[in-house]
Design a protein around this ligand. Structure first.
Ligand SMILES: Cc1ncc(COP(=O)(O)O)c(C=O)c1O
Length: 366
């Protein structure tokens, strides 16, 4: 049977992404996903465990969580939809993208939205970020807008570069273009910098947030979308018609407990930000280039030692430390590598492994 001929043609242009192995022995330090490296608090675990006694029933905590998110983000409930962040890209594509509709993204960036759009038979225009990983002027961006352009999407802060690629003023200028502007803010709480205030003024803004990173709940796959009442109602038609119970009970319970105990998350963020400053300074002292990060990960360059990231990642793996191969992102050089901020007890292990590698190479070239 020839399956190939039956598959939707759009899938032919969706390259298979090789995310690689995801489960390692306990002795490995896995820093490839930018995860929050601190274990969830006892309070959170207790709430999640308690919720397990009701998993014979469909989830019922959606509205409780929505009320808490609306309160946390200071929006109306009608301006919020529960959805994991990855899934949000899918819902947005299914809501807006028809065959040959176009979106604009800035490279290098998180690859999921592009794939969602291609699967919907849409087209993706990629505009490179400048050397400091910032978006170009709105005038330049406008040159890539065609009659078919519907969405401009930016991750702010961006993955894999870690920085803010646009200011709120630039986002406001993009909103004036009368397209849908999607702003991924899954790392928002690491800096508390957000374009949320624009939601009051513009009905074409969509913000994606997540409990994965700052709240340290990546395994629960829960997040939310903030937008105008009108957009949320269309997104809800897609999501709630097909998957009304998509977020499992333990995930809803975990997110509720996280918001009820926000102080724990705030402490955790402080710890990660402190570890980030500490690690950044150690890596810079060794002669490595470290890019500014407002996220839970760092992007570094081993160019000054002439070590390509493929080799670097392989050598780190010999020390049982797993970093991300960023060659899946177009727009970075072959010398960049990505690592989650380890918890503070693991920083010496990471630093020593890197020291061992660079000590075998010549001194920095600059
Ligand atoms: C920029 C960005 N957006 C979205 C996601 C996906 O978030 P989630 O795991 O909450 O679905 C990630 C995960 O790494 C990310 O870096």
């Amino acid at each position: 049977m020839n399956v190939f001929n039956l598959v939707r043609k759009a899938l032919y242009s969706v390259p298979e992404i090789k995310w690689g192995v995801s489960d390692y022995e306990n002795s490995f330090l896995v820093l490839k996903w930018g995860e929050n490296q601190y274990q969830p608090s006892r309070k959170l675990l207790t709430s999640i465990s308690k919720s397990l006694s009701t998993i014979n029933k469909y989830p019922t905590l959606q509205s409780t969580l929505k009320v808490k998110i609306a309160n946390y983000a200071q929006v109306d409930q009608s301006e919020c939809l529960l959805s994991g962040a990855d899934r949000a890209f899918r819902i947005i594509s299914e809501t807006f993208i028809e065959k040959d509709d176009e979106i604009i993204i800035f490279e290098p960036t998180f690859p999921i939205f592009e794939k969602c759009v291609l699967i919907m038979s849409g087209k993706v225009r990629k505009i490179p970020l400048d050397k400091s990983f910032k978006i170009p002027s709105v005038t330049k961006i406008s040159r890539s807008i065609t009659k078919r352009t519907k969405i401009i999407c930016l991750c702010n802060p961006n993955n894999p570069t870690g920085n803010f690629i646009a200011t709120t003023a630039q986002i406001e200028n993009l909103l004036k273009l009368d397209l849908i502007i999607v702003v991924d803010e899954v790392y928002f709480e690491f800096s508390n910098q957000t374009c949320l205030r624009l939601l009051k003024k513009y009905s074409n803004l969509i913000i994606i947030r997540s409990f994965s990173k700052t709240f340290g709940l990546a395994g629960l796959r829960v997040g939310y979308i903030l937008s105008s009442r009108e957009i949320i109602s269309y997104l809800s038609r897609v999501e709630l018609s097909i998957a009304p119970f998509d977020i499992p009970t333990p995930s809803l319970a975990g997110a509720i407990a996280a918001l009820d105990n926000i102080e724990i998350t705030k402490q955790n963020i402080k710890q990660i930000n402190r570890a980030k400053v500490n690690l950044t300074s150690k890596l810079k002292k060794m002669g490595l280039k470290v890019y500014t990060s407002a996220t839970s990960f760092l992007l570094i360059s081993t160019r000054s030692f002439g070590i390509k990231s493929k080799e670097f990642i392989q050598l780190m793996e010999n020390s049982k430390i797993i970093l991300k191969d960023v060659s899946i992102y177009s727009g970075l050089s072959e010398y960049e590598s990505y690592m989650a901020i380890p918890n503070k007890n693991d920083i010496p292990r990471l630093v020593n492994a890197i020291k061992k590698i660079i000590s075998t190479k010549t001194k920095p070239l600059h």
